[in-house]
Design a protein around this ligand. Structure first.
Ligand SMILES: Nc1ncnc2c1ncn2[C@@H]1O[C@H](COP(=O)(O)OP(=O)(O)OP(=O)(O)O)[C@@H](O)[C@H]1O
Ligand SMILES: [Mg+2]
Length: 511
C-alpha cells in the first residue's frame, strides 16, 4: 500500500520544552491512524507541523511520496491536507455559510462572491457525509457538536484527502461519537486518509487501523490495532501502570447547598430552553446531569452561574436566594465554575499562567483583596496548582496559549478546586485530559466532596458521570426526565433516556 505521509526526524523546540524530538511517522494511504499520548506529549504540535501551522526545527516531510515544506496551512491545503483543531477556529459572528466559504470564496465572472453555488456545493458535501447543519445560523448560536460538523465540512469542501482531527470526540456525547465514526468510515471508504488524536482508548481501539504513541515528545511505538488492549496502550503512553482511583464511600449529607426551584429559561423567541426544572444538591453530593448537548444543560448552568436570565422560578445557595445576584456575587459566595469552553470563558490566552490562575478570584486571598492584586500570593498559589494538578509547563510566566489543551484544562480545574468553593459547577471537567491525569482529577473532586463540596457535574463522558455521581438526572428537551442511581445504571440505559427512547415518570417531589 502506498504511503500518504512520511515524517522523518521531526524536531520542534519551544522555550524550555522539546515538543517533538526526532519523531518519525509513516501513515498508509486510506487508513485511520490514531495518535495517542499524555497531555503535553507533542501530539497537537506534530499535527500542526504537518498542517503547515508551525515550522519544524529539523526533519523532513513527504506527502504521497513528494518531499514538501509548508510555509503556511495554505500550502498544506494545496497538498490535500485539512485539519480540524482541538479548539475550533470559526468566526463567531458570521453564519455557517460565511465561515465555510471564508478563504475559499467561489467567484462568478467579475470577482463577486457566488453564494448560491457555494451553498449548493456545501449542501452536497454535507449531505454526502450525513453532516447535518443549518448553513444560515450564526456560529455563535451553535452547540459545540454542530461547530465541529461545520469544521469538518469546511475541510472536505476544500478538497482535503488527508484529514487531521485533533481530539474530535472530546466534545461529543456517545451518540454523536458513533455518528462521527460512521462519517470517518465513509470518508475512509471513499479513499481518504485520516489522522486523529484521542484520549479515550476504547474509541481508539474501535476505529483506528494503526496507533502511534508519543511520550515526552518522542515516538515510542506504532502498532497495528489487532490484539492491543487499552491497558497496554495506557502503559505505552505513561510509561508505567495507571493508578486505579479508589471508589469512595458516600459522603452525602442532609444539608442542602443548592436548590433550584421551578426554573424556566426562555430563548429569544420564547421557547423554553430550561423547562420548569427543580433540583437539590446537598453538601458532600455530586449530582450528575446526563443529556445530549443542546437539551438545556448549558442554559441551566448559565442560570445557576448568573450569566443567563431566569424567566421563572428561583435559585438558592445555602438558603440565600441568589436568583438576581450578579456573577461576581455568586462567585464570592463560594460558587466555583469549570466552564464548557475553556477558551471562551475559562482563560485569557495571551496572559501568563499566574494571572490566569487568579482569574475570577483576583479579589480574594491569596490572589488579592478588594483593592489590590497580591502578585506574590497569586504566584505562590499558581505554583501550588501547578504541582497539585500536574500542570506541565516550563514556568508560570508562559502565556496560557502555550500550554497543551489538557494542561490548560488542568489549570482551570486546579484554579477552581483550590479556591475552596462550597458549590462547584463542573462542565466536562476532564475534557481533553489524558487517562492518567483524569484519574487524578477524579480523586481531587472526590476529596473535595468528602470535605463537603456540593457539585453539579455535566459530562458527555458517561463512564465519568456514573463513576463520580451520587445521583444522576437526565435532561431532555429542557426538562429533567429521569432520576437514576449510578450503581444501577449502564451507559446504554443512560443513552436511552438521553435520546428520549426510554422514559420514566417523575413526580416533582422525587426531584
Ligand atoms: N506555542 C507554544 N509555545 C510554547 N510552548 C508550546 C507551544 N505549543 C506547545 N507548546 C508546548 O509543547 C508541548 C507539547 O504540546 P502539545 O500541544 O503538542 O501537546 P499535546 O500532546 O497535544 O497535549 P494535549 O493532550 O494536552 O492536547 C507542551 O509542553 C506545550 O506546553
Ligand atoms: Mg493537543
Amino acid at each position: 500500500m502506498s504511503t500518504a505521509i512520511e515524517l522523518v526526524g521531526i524536531t520542534k523546540r519551544f522555550p524550555g520544552v522539546v515538543a517533538n524530538d526526532a519523531v518519525d511517522l509513516r501513515v498508509t494511504a486510506g487508513e485511520i491512524h490514531a495518535i495517542c499520548g499524555e497531555n503535553g506529549a507533542g501530539k497537537s504540535t506534530l499535527m500542526k507541523i504537518l498542517y503547515g501551522m508551525q515550522a519544524p526545527d529539523e526533519g523532513t516531510m513527504r506527502v504521497n511520496g513528494t518531499e514538501v515544506s509548508f510555509a503556511s496551512p495554505t500550502d498544506a491545503i494545496d497538498a490535500g491536507i485539512g485539519m480540524v483543531h482541538q479548539h475550533f477556529m470559526l468566526a463567531d459572528q458570521l453564519t455557517v455559510l460565511e465561515n465555510l466559504i471564508l478563504g475559499a470564496e467561489p467567484t462568478k465572472a467579475g470577482g463577486r462572491l457566488d453564494f448560491a453555488s457555494a451553498e449548493a456545493d456545501l449542501q452536497r458535501v454535507a449531505a454526502d457525509y450525513g453532516l447535518d447543519v443549518d448553513l444560515h445560523e450564526v456560529v455563535e448560536r451553535l452547540e459545540v457538536g454542530e461547530r465541529q460538523r461545520v469544521e469538518i465540512i469546511k475541510v472536505l469542501y476544500r478538497g482535503a484527502e488527508i484529514l487531521i482531527l485533533d481530539e474530535p470526540t472530546a466534545v461529543l456525547v456517545p451518540q454523536e461519537v458513533e455518528a462521527l465514526f460512521e462519517n470517518m468510515r465513509e470518508l475512509k471508504a471513499s479513499g481518504a486518509t485520516i489522522l486523529f488524536i484521542d484520549h479515550k482508548l476504547d474509541e481508539v481501539l474501535e476505529i483506528a487501523d494503526t496507533i502511534s504513541v508519543l511520550r515526552h515528545g518522542k515516538m515510542v511505538s506504532t502498532l497495528a490495532n489487532e490484539g492491543v488492549t487499552a491497558s497496554e496502550l495506557a502503559e505505552l503512553m505513561v510509561g508505567s501502570e495507571l493508578p486505579t482511583p479508589d471508589t469512595a464511600e458516600s459522603t452525602v449529607t442532609n444539608v442542602v447547598a443548592l436548590e433550584v426551584t421551578n426554573v424556566t429559561v426562555l430563548s429569544e423567541d420564547r421557547r423554553p430552553l430550561v423547562d420548569n426544572v427543580s433540583l437539590q444538591i446537598h453538601q458532600g453530593e455530586i449530582l450528575g446531569i446526563a443529556g445530549v448537548e443542546g437539551n438545556g444543560q448549558s442554559e441551566l448552568v448559565d442560570a445557576i452561574i448568573g450569566t443567563e436570565r431566569v424567566n421563572d422560578g428561583s435559585i438558592s445557595l445555602h438558603g440565600d436566594e441568589i436568583t438576581s445576584w450578579s456573577v461576581r456575587e455568586r462567585r464570592t459566595a463560594g460558587v466555583g465554575y469549570v466552564p464548557e469552553d475553556r477558551h471562551h470563558e475559562g482563560l485569557l490566552l495571551t496572559s501568563p499562567l499566574w494571572e490566569n490562575a487568579a482569574l475570577g478570584h483576583q479579589n480574594t486571598a491569596p490572589y488579592g483583596s478588594k483593592w489590590f492584586i497580591n502578585r506574590d500570593g497569586a504566584r505562590q498559589q499558581t505554583e501550588l496548582i501547578r504541582e497539585q494538578f500536574d500542570v506541565r509547563t516550563p514556568n508560570i510566566d508562559v502565556a496560557a496559549h502555550a500550554l497543551s489543551g489538557g494542561n490548560q484544562q488542568k489549570l482551570i480545574v486546579g484554579r477552581e478546586l483550590t479556591s475552596n468553593p462550597s458549590l462547584l459547577i463542573a462542565a466536562h471537567p476532564t475534557r481533553g485530559i489524558d487517562v492518567g491525569a483524569q484519574a487524578a482529577v477524579w480523586d481531587q473532586i472526590r476529596q473535595a466532596r468528602s470535605n463537603g463540596l456540593a457539585t453539579l457535574l455535566i459530562s458527555a463522558d458517561l463512564d465519568e458521570l456514573i463513576g463520580l455521581s451520587d445521583t444522576i438526572v437526565v435532561m431532555f428537551r429542557g426538562k429533567l426526565v429521569a432520576r437514576l442511581s449510578p450503581s444501577a445504571v449502564t451507559p446504554r440505559d443512560l443513552g436511552g433516556y438521553m435520546t428520549g427512547a426510554q422514559t420514566q415518570t417523575l413526580t416533582e417531589a422525587a426531584l
